[in-house]
Write a protein that binds this ligand. Sequence first.
Ligand code: PHE
Length: 367
Amino acid sequence: FLLILFLIFSIFVFSEIKIGVLLPLTGGISAFGDWTKKGIELAYSQKSTVLGEKITLVYADTRSEKTEAANAMARLIDKEKVVAVIGEIASSNSIAAAEIAEARKVPQVAVTSTNPLVTQGKKFVSRVCFIDPLQGTALAEFAGKTLKAKKVAIFVDIEQDYSVGLTNYFKERFEKKYKGQILEVRYKSGDQEFSAQLAQALAFNSDVIMFTGYYNEIALAAQQARAMGYKGYFIAGDGADAPELIKIGGQAVEGLYFTTHYVPEAAKTKIAKDFVDAFKKKFNTLPAMNAALGYDAYMLIVNAIERAKSKDPVKINEAIRSTKGFQGVSGNIDIDENGNAVKDVIIVQVKGGKFTYVTTIGPEDLK
Ligand code: PHE
């Protein structure tokens, strides 16, 4: 009898629900990983139980690369037995991990991976952000309509699905609707020297240089562009959105416009304002975009577990996929039939060394 009592007791005390967190905690885009982790930590400190059980977060580092993203996903599911996974950040890494999640039938919720392929044809992969056809169109509208651009030189990171995709979606709209000219110049994640590409952009006489890669290379290329005498505009996609862009780029990124998912200044709802306050209190700094989306990804999964009333990954996935009107700190989230969130695109400018809200473009403005 004592043994049975002990067993019941131990089930009660030791039972836990494990959620995996797959992030680039080291390597080229570790700043994105750090910020996302901070957002998830805050969310966890506010809600760490579900269905009467304790939630345990299991972190896995992808080292900012695809192979390790897939390995880490397999480890989280096979060894740690997580019931759902948050992550990754970069589309290429999320795509690599998604193969594994899909095969094992465990739900994955990508944070800011915007390439369509992340969720395409998959039943177990969703995300809390908009996708690149929308983001590319928004950038093309901004370049064509607001900046009156005629010639755009695009810096493409050929290692990143995100960069290649965003370039194409931009091109489609900008060439068709604005009859603009485009020059593509290529580089690879980790490159530090861009003078050859910049010489081409200068010879092309571009009035806008657009970056479709990530903050490190954007900051360095912008510095080198100004040093070579480039006077035109800089624009970029959400890959620019980490405070590290300004830390590395300094004065050279002043004035740069980029599209993104969230900026604390535009927080209007009570839950968005409370998030900014709680984040400042815990970390002594404003939340970066990835912190807000990480927070939302965690809360959305926990909410789905509650609605599923089950620890079964398949049931949790059904609940994630049928999310409607979920109140996130980055806005309301509806998950559509493909696992994508339907959300607005925000445009931000670097002004006085800070990210400053410029405008919001909704899906209905981009038809
Ligand atoms: N959207 C980018 C991608 O899909 C990743 C990204 C992460 C961008 C964080 C900005 C901030 O690869």
